[in-house]
Design a binder for this molecule. Structure first.
Ligand SMILES: *[C@@H]1O[C@H](CO)[C@@H](O)[C@H](O)[C@H]1NC(C)=O
Ligand SMILES: *[C@@H]1O[C@H](CO)[C@@H](O)[C@H](O)[C@H]1NC(C)=O
Ligand SMILES: *[C@@H]1O[C@H](CO)[C@@H](O)[C@H](O)[C@H]1NC(C)=O
Ligand SMILES: *[C@@H]1O[C@H](CO)[C@@H](O)[C@H](O)[C@H]1NC(C)=O
Ligand SMILES: *[C@@H]1O[C@H](CO)[C@@H](O)[C@H](O)[C@H]1NC(C)=O
Length: 788
């Protein structure tokens, strides 16, 4: 039966597809995808193996496909077949043939639980029995490990001890990144793997290398050597940029991502691979994997070291909240970068001084990936700047998406016309003119693959053919970690610049190259000399200026707190003089603790007897718990000062023996109390802080002030569950006579940078909503937060 179908297929599809590698022995191939019902397998792997099957079945090869996993077969088999049924035939395959191919593919597939050594032994036995029954010669066994990296060593060990074929057939084991976390862990993993597998048996996948345009880089350099040789050097290249911009966030993957960050996730592997392909010595034979690997290694070892000054990092604003939600860490501030721009240099005469930029980030304005070689253009055009020879000279390897929407290699017309010798590629002559990196697409010679191919399917066909030039060797992997590890260690305590995400990022992530260093090009512009004035009594201790058009006081933290305490006392005395009472609303959190201590220990003449103390916000926890703002306030201030207890107004978060239930009306109670006691509901003084994500009081990004209407007190939902809060609204805050916004610590520097720049309308930073209608807002920002 099997033989008959194979013959039928030969008749249908003889001669189609790629040419099989010559030295490949034909026969039976067992494909085992460990993690065979996982996400990657579902999206790409089985589709890739099906394409392999389509292409190879007519060439005398036969296959069995095993999906392996930890779940028992009864449970996983239906899921597995759902996935297998979803594969698609290649373009141009008739429906009739497609149905036959798919039916046959399903018949050759099965799910097996692969957990214990016995499971692997059973698998090996099954493979051998099948070979024996069908009287087939074995060509090889391909294991694709689509599982978390910590499982690699164990599975490799099981494969070696039970599934290694004897005699002629090959064994190939495919691994996915991450290959370690730094140099040391990569080395440990490599050593473990080498106990079970030989180097030639391992295929470390970097799916970027399967992208058609990426794998075109070396052939392109070779095909156009005549044009490129004279200009591929420091005299002509102005800059190399390798960029992968993404619009997505990492929601749902935080547990993984937070340990890695963008540098380990993208720069150390994908972008580094592209960089080596662009700058390595051109191999005499671009298909010869030893030569490719050797030249890559040589390039990697001649990179100048990367340190703190060669990188700038960022983090999209919502990331903190996502971390808190997914990791259940309420007060955890993650420094993991979701954006990085790194400046690298090759220490070779040919590239001396040529900046190589590697840039990637999440939540950027568009999805696009490219490498651009920008050449110097020494033509000066006096009049017609649009003439072709006046325009930028560049070669762009466009990996996909973005304005162009398809993968392509673009050479600006003032450089040269590239050869199109490869049959898989064609020149694009019909443009709907879009702008690509500063030039219209009609200003380029454009070539694109005749047929777009999925990276995984490409790489799977290479694995099958035993072609290793598009995979990562152990030596190259370790060399890449040697380059990246020192930078990663130097960044462990750097605060990333927080960016709002999407088009709102504006020029916030633009970078500026200064010799061998890279900087963000936009810095905080807060104080101009004419805005600085006033109190500089003891040298330069306290500075006054403007921040977001409001008054600002800045100093080292200790002096800042002294100043704020003094200003608060002054306001208290003025209020008491005027009306006999001072209404003060205080925030929770750790920032004001130093202020509370200062007030308790140094301000004995503070009119506490006439002060009413209100709360800006409260967590929905009992007041006796450490997390309660009231508890903190009590510990650090109230128990140390002589304030009448009937002047203290904690928020009623606990009523009827339950916490913050809407029907209990706690918020309304507080509002009524406030209306009754405070003239015009207008506090004399409100002290606010601002969170890393721009929240103030308990008003978080994404909450809509309109929803609160005229309410003065509301229940809100903190994004970091499970905390519900009670909070004053902007209506209440903006009635105050005076509002102090206290911001301290280096960790707030990036926030301050952004707040200095964002527009009044932005709803991403609730703190911007603080605009007292008839009162005065003063920012108290310490030098750490202001100057970083
Ligand atoms: C098969 O094609 C359909 C329709 O184009 C697509 O939605 C689906 O994702 C494809 N399946 C795979 C495994 O790529
Ligand atoms: C595989 O296992 C055998 C013993 O079963 C061992 O001798 C060998 O070193 C292991 N590793 C490799 C790479 O073959
Ligand atoms: C280039 O290398 C490949 C793979 O090793 C080999 O098959 C091919 O014959 C080589 N080409 C030349 C021109 O040497
Ligand atoms: C976080 O907490 C929720 C509920 O308290 C729980 O269901 C979830 O498993 C926790 N997640 C982690 C990563 O600990
Ligand atoms: C309440 O405030 C108004 C103006 O804000 C003021 O005219 C009035 O005297 C105040 N009343 C008391 C009792 O202080």
């Amino acid at each position: 039966m099997l033989i008959a179908i194979v013959l039928l297929l030969v008749a249908f599809c003889g001669g189609r597809g790629e040419e099989a590698s010559k030295e490949q022995r034909s026969g039976h191939v067992s494909v085992v995808v460990v993690g065979g019902t996982g996400d990657l397998a579902r999206k790409y792997l089985w589709q890739g193996f099906f394409q392999l099957y389509e292409n190879q079945v007519s060439r005398g090869n036969s296959f069995s496909f095993y999906g392996g996993g930890l779940s028992p077969a009864e449970k996983a088999t239906p899921v597995f077949f759902e996935i297998m049924k979803a594969v698609n035939c290649s373009m141009g395959v008739s429906q009739e043939l497609c149905a036959i191919l798919k039916e046959q593919f399903l018949r050759l597939s099965q799910y097996r639980q692969l957990k214990t050594t016995e499971d692997y032994q059973d698998l090996a036995r099954h493979i051998e029995e099948q070979l024996h029954q069908e009287g087939m010669t074995e060509a090889g066994r391909l294991f694709y490990l689509s599982v978390p990296a910590f499982a690699y060593a164990d599975i490799a060990e099981k494969i070696n001890s039970t599934c290694r074929p004897t005699g002629g057939p090959w064994l190939r084991v495919v691994l996915e990144k991450p290959f370690g976390h730094d140099y040391r862990s990569a080395q440990v993993l490599a050593t473990q793997l080498r106990n079970s597998l030989n180097e030639e048996e391992m295929y470390r996948i970097d799916h970027y290398l399967g992208k058609q345009v990426v794998s075109k880089i070396l052939p392109f350099r070779r095909e156009n050597r005549k044009h490129l040789d004279p200009i591929w050097n420091r005299h002509h290249i102005q800059r190399i940029e390798i960029v992968l911009k993404e619009t997505l966030d990492v929601k749902g993957r935080i547990a993984f991502y937070n340990e890695y960050g963008v540098i380990r996730d993208v720069l150390q592997n994908h972008l580094t691979e592209v960089m080596t392909l662009l700058t390595m010595k051109l191999p005499a034979n671009v298909s010869n994997s030893e030569e490719v690997h050797r030249n890559k290694l040589q390039l990697l070892s001649s990179m100048l070291p990367l340190g703190k000054n060669q990188a700038v990092v960022g983090q999209y604003q919502a990331y903190q909240t996502e971390v808190q939600q997914e990791l259940n860490k309420t007060n955890h501030a993650s420094l993991t970068p979701t954006f990085a721009a790194v400046l690298a240099h090759v220490d070779e005469a040919r590239y001396e001084g040529v900046p190589i930029l590697l840039i990637s980030g999440k939540m950027l304005d568009e999805r696009v990936g490219y490498a651009r070689i920008l050449f110097k253009n020494d033509v000066f055009c006096l009049q017609n700047h649009n003439t072709v020879h006046c325009k930028p000279k560049q070669i762009v390897f466009y990996f996909g998406h973005g304005s162009l929407q398809y993968p392509a290699v673009l050479v600006s017309k003032n450089l040269f016309q590239p050869a199109v010798t490869d049959q898989g590629w064609k020149e694009v002559t019909e443009h709907n003119d879009v702008s690509v990196l500063g030039l219209q697409s009609s200003d380029y010679y454009v070539q694109t693959p005749v047929k777009q191919k999925e990276a995984y399917a490409e790489l799977i066909s290479h694995i099958f053919a035993g072609r290793k030039n598009n995979f990562i060797s152990t030596e190259n992997l370790l060399a890449s970690w040697v380059l990246w590890t020192p930078l990663l260690s130097s960044l462990t305590s750097s605060f990333p610049r927080i960016y709002p995400g999407g088009v709102d990022n504006g020029d916030m992530l633009d970078v500026h190259l200064k010799g061998k260093e890279i900087l963000f090009s936009s810095e905080v512009v807060i104080i101009s000399p004419d805005q600085v004035g006033g109190n500089t009594v003891n040298g330069f201790q306290v500075m006054q200026g403007k921040f977001r058009n409001s008054d600002m006081v800045s100093a080292w933290s200790e002096e800042l707190v002294e100043r704020l305490a003094a200003d608060m006392q002054e306001a208290a005395e003025a209020a008491v003089n005027e009306g006999g009472v001072f209404h003060l609303a205080l925030s929770g959190g750790s920032t004001p603790l130093a202020l509370f201590h200062r007030l308790a220990l140094h301000h004995f003449s503070f009119p506490w007897r006439d002060t009413h103390l209100w709360m800006v916000d409260e967590r929905c926890v009992p007041q006796t718990e450490l997390e309660s703002n009231f508890y903190t306030l009590h510990q650090h201030l109230l128990q140390h000062v002589r304030i009448p207890y009937y002047n203290i107004h904690p928020m009623p978060v606990q009523l009827n023996e339950r916490l913050c239930v809407e029907e209990d009306g706690g918020a309304l109670l507080y509002e009524n109390e406030l209306n009754k006691l405070v003239n015009g509901s207008s506090f004399h003084f409100v002290l606010l802080g601002v969170g890393y994500d721009g929240h103030t009081a308990s008003l978080f990004p994404g909450s809509k002030p309109e929803e609160f209407g005229e309410s003065l007190v509301v229940l809100t939902e903190s994004p970091a569950k499970p905390h519900q809060r009670m909070s004053l609204t902007f209506s209440a805050i903006n009635r105050a006579r005076r509002v102090a916004l206290l911001v301290m610590g280096k960790g707030k520097h990036e926030l301050i940078t952004q707040l200095s720049r964002v527009k009044d309308k932005s709803d991403k930073y609730p703190v911007i909503g603080v605009k007292p209608a008839n009162g005065r807002l003063v920012w108290y920002i310490d030098y750490d937060a202001l100057l970083g």
